[in-house]
Design a protein around this ligand. Structure first.
Ligand code: MG
Length: 342
């Protein structure tokens, strides 16, 4: 008998309207799933669609219905289940990521082991997570920096026409390490102009300076950035492992998100592929509950940098799981994902 799929919805609210180069909002409805086996054991997973990839709650819900007839009878058939889902629904990584997380959660629970342990990972190797300061007025950004007191690394969203001012404002409020994400908001010229300033303001790395498909432009930006010892990491340019070879020599690293790659196993393949090319690996997230964040947190002992603040930015997270208190990612020790409802 195939596993049973139950779909639920929950809403989450961010403490501040979350503004990046593309828009602003603070209320989110998320779909999450429970895969139930014949023993009544459940695996959980969350879908966190990104409008940038044409996804929303409706496409996720429709995705679950498309995938429903393709659930395995045996939750341990992870590889074949995910391969089938990718065939049925090559886009809509968010829905597949939810089912992938749920399947891994169920397997871990059946074996009585946390997922990181099934993967042979050392949870003490999980890196610190950055905490994002969204675009806002200078005064509000200073307030946000103060509120983020417990987090040792800050991530700043750029890609506006007042980027220098934003950097100056943040830097005047803190001496913490900064990472910046232009969210595809710059031209090559603008990036070249900004790079020396980023170094001047103590930025550790630059994420997604250009639009995703401008690979030659990325190579050009990287050459300039390298002269300033500033690594360039891509997010929107890299969805799955197969995107990595064409990025070799053009960027220094990739940002993995489950909502993009659609599967925990694909995330591991991305890490292996990036490592084979000597690239940095970071893991990021959307605005998510702790259910979604925890799925990604389990493979963080394998990555260099993490930006898993999605649940920490909310005020009504319905789940508990991995935490980033004080900036340090801490993995649950309970079986599977180790996520519970509050
Ligand atoms: Mg990004």
């Amino acid at each position: 008998m195939a596993l049973k799929l139950l779909v639920e919805q929950c809403s989450i609210t961010t403490r501040h309207p979350f503004v990046i180069a593309r828009g602003s909002t603070n209320g989110y409805t998320r779909a999450w799933v429970r895969l139930v086996d014949s023993d009544g054991q459940e695996g959980w997973g969350e879908a966190d669609p990104s409008s940038f990839y044409g996804e929303n709650l409706e496409t996720v819900l429709a995705g679950f219905e498309r995938l429903r007839p393709h659930l395995p009878a045996d939750p341990f058939e992870l590889e074949s289940a995910e391969a089938r889902w990718e065939q049925v629904l090559p886009r809509n990584g968010a829905a597949r990521a939810a089912l992938s997380a749920a399947l891994h959660d169920l397997v871990g629970k059946k074996l009585g082991q946390p997922l990181w342990r099934l993967w042979g990972l050392d949870p003490r190797k999980a890196p610190q997570s950055s905490f994002t300061i969204g675009l806002d007025t200078n005064e509000k950004m200073r307030d946000k920096v103060r509120e983020a007191q417990q987090y040792p690394i800050l991530k700043i969203k750029l890609g506006t026409d007042r980027d220098e001012e934003i950097l100056k404002t943040i830097r005047s409020a803190t001496d913490k390490p900064l990472r910046v994400d232009a969210n595809a908001g710059w031209t090559v010229e603008r990036a070249k102009q900004m790079i020396p300033k980023l170094r001047e303001f103590g930025v550790e790395f630059l994420e997604q300076p250009l639009e995703p498909d401008n690979l030659d432009g990325l190579g050009e930006v990287r050459r300039v950035a390298a002269a300033h010892y500033l690594p360039v990491v891509v997010d929107e340019s890299c969805l799955v492992a197969a995107d990595i070879p064409r990025l070799v020599g053009r960027v220094d690293g990739i940002n993995i998100k489950l909502a993009k790659c659609g599967s925990l196993r694909e995330a591991l393949r991305m890490i292996a592929t990036a490592r084979a090319h000597g690239m940095l690996v970071m893991v990021g997230c959307m605005i998510e509950t702790s259910l979604g964040i925890t799925a990604a947190a389990h493979f963080t002992p394998l990555v260099d940098a993490a930006d898993l603040d999605g649940a920490a930015l909310t005020i009504d997270d319905p789940f508990t799981g991995a935490t980033i208190d004080g900036g340090q990612i801490r993995l649950p020790t309970e079986p599977g994902l180790g996520v519970k409802r509050k």
